[in-house]
Design a protein around this ligand. Sequence first.
Ligand SMILES: *[C@@H]1O[C@H](CO)[C@@H](O)[C@H](O)[C@H]1NC(C)=O
Ligand SMILES: *[C@@H]1O[C@H](CO)[C@@H](O)[C@H](O)[C@H]1NC(C)=O
Ligand SMILES: *[C@@H]1O[C@H](CO)[C@@H](O)[C@H](O)[C@H]1NC(C)=O
Ligand SMILES: *[C@@H]1O[C@H](CO)[C@@H](O)[C@H](O)[C@H]1NC(C)=O
Ligand SMILES: *[C@@H]1O[C@H](CO)[C@@H](O)[C@H](O)[C@H]1NC(C)=O
Length: 556
Amino acid sequence: MGTDRKSRTSEKWSFVFNVGLLLFFGKQAFAQIRYSIPEEVKEGHAVGNVAKDLGLEITSLSDRRFRVVSESKETFFEVDSDNGALYVHKKIDREELCQGSGACLMELKILVENPLEMHYVVVEIIDVNDHSPSFPEKEQTFEIAEHTLPGKQFQLHTARDPDAGINSIRTYTLTANDHFRLETEEFGEDGKVPFLILQRPLDREHTAQHWLLLTANDGGKPSKSATINITVIVSDVNDNSPVCDKPKYTITIKENAPAGTFLLTVNASDSDEGMNSLIEYSLRSKLRRPSSEPFDLNSSTGTLTVKGGLDYEEKQVYEIKVLAADKGAVSLSTHCNVVVRVEDVNDNKPEIDITSLSSRIPEDAPPGTVVALMDVTDLDSGVNGQVVCSVPSYLPFELKPSPDGQSYSLVTKDYLDKETMHIYNITITAKDLGNPVQSSTKVIQVDVVDVNDNSPVFTESPYTFYVPENNKAGISIFSVSAGDADGGENAAVTYSLDRKIPGPTLTSFLNINEADGTISALKGFDFETLKMFQFQVVATDSGTPSLSSNVTVNVF
Ligand SMILES: *[C@@H]1O[C@H](CO)[C@@H](O)[C@H](O)[C@H]1NC(C)=O
Ligand SMILES: *[C@@H]1O[C@H](CO)[C@@H](O)[C@H](O)[C@H]1NC(C)=O
Ligand SMILES: *[C@@H]1O[C@H](CO)[C@@H](O)[C@H](O)[C@H]1NC(C)=O
Ligand SMILES: *[C@@H]1O[C@H](CO)[C@@H](O)[C@H](O)[C@H]1NC(C)=O
Ligand SMILES: *[C@@H]1O[C@H](CO)[C@@H](O)[C@H](O)[C@H]1NC(C)=O
């Protein structure tokens, strides 16, 4: 703003009034001259040539005591009595003198004496954009729960700018973002008040904090501005279920794994926060059948261990559902699938089951006679099932496997001889091919049944006896004896005289005790008529059929 404009303004207002008229109309309304200057101009800045504008004689100003009388305590303006100029004496801050946006006017009285004249001059202090907007705080923080409905408003801090009119706050702007927009509302004295409006739902798991910048601009040229950082902290809502880190957890464990053996750790994570993300694990089947599973689960770590009682022969595969639930007020959960395969360990002995047994085998049974039939089983699998059976090779028995290998027959390898061995304790050994080897034995007892396969055998052959003459008739004179290697009836020997021999019937005067073989004479012998005689004794066993043998007895 140059002095040109000021002088033009002053010309327009350049009237001369007398004092009486001024008093009558009031000072302000009838200021004779109106000047305008911008605030903050330097001391000495010329406002206008007031003497000239009032039509005063410049040369007499000094004599007439040309001066300014101000209503304010401070002296903002002075006049120069040499040239009649009105100039700024003290820097003026419009905002210090005037409030609000209305025109800021300062009234001055210009006095000259001889004769006394008082002139009214108004200086308008024009606002200069000398203030920046400012916010009361440097930042503002909001905590907004995720899933808050769009449309919700949040009042923002209002910026202040003491400048007037166009130099005061005109606009607010917000950094571009997907979730919020800005609205302003007029609130009388406070002017524009900015509001943050939620446009789109927040998702904490996507963006937990939003940083925005709110800018307040005044209308000056150039414009001045202020910014405030707006932080939006998105608070968590339990809107995410836990997620297992694997679609399926698989582990193989030996059936003899001791209690406490570590299997695996189920790991579920939850993208929520705090309690909403803390996971508690449980064995789902526990809810239905308590402690039915041979596993323990640590509810806080998800670690699965062996509780005990694994048995491959009972169950080979466990399909477990581990429930992973978060600790949110309204808990969300998922299931993690675990497959535990049990591996066989050679922990079972083969079993020998005798299905039929002939425990008494006759001596004359031909080789290959079946003594026993047996089934051999092993609860283990693989090589732990495969079983080999045997009997000691020195025994006259052998095992013949059936084509399927599941059963065996015990047969004789040779003729048995009761007279050599009448009882056999046969140890059958079944061994599997596992490591370590598991084996079991079964003893079966076989009695060899006698058959009459031995003839009686006399203790001597022939017998020779010497008998004195004139022996007493009816008295036993000697005896024969025969044994039989068979048993029982087959060994029960009876004696008789062989009377079928042709010739003199010597035997007619002899008698034999059929039970003990004692021979007695029915008459006395006479040496002179009979020096020697001979006969046959037959020993017969009681077998069916019976066997017999004879012996010659010579009597002298
Ligand atoms: C405002 O945010 C900006 C950028 O994020 C940062 O540089 C500045 O330090 C922040 N101001 C305050 C007061 O936090
Ligand atoms: C569990 O899974 C999460 C997500 O996959 C991973 O960050 C964390 O390290 C895992 N914890 C363990 C103990 O493996
Ligand atoms: C679960 O595991 C943690 C960490 O190893 C342990 O402190 C806690 O005692 C375990 N809980 C149970 C019930 O074993
Ligand atoms: C056969 O076994 C029985 C009992 O099991 C026993 O008394 C007998 O002495 C055994 N015989 C032989 C020859 O080992
Ligand atoms: C006695 O034994 C002989 C020879 O062993 C035999 O030839 C004979 O027939 C037998 N006699 C009787 C009666 O058995």
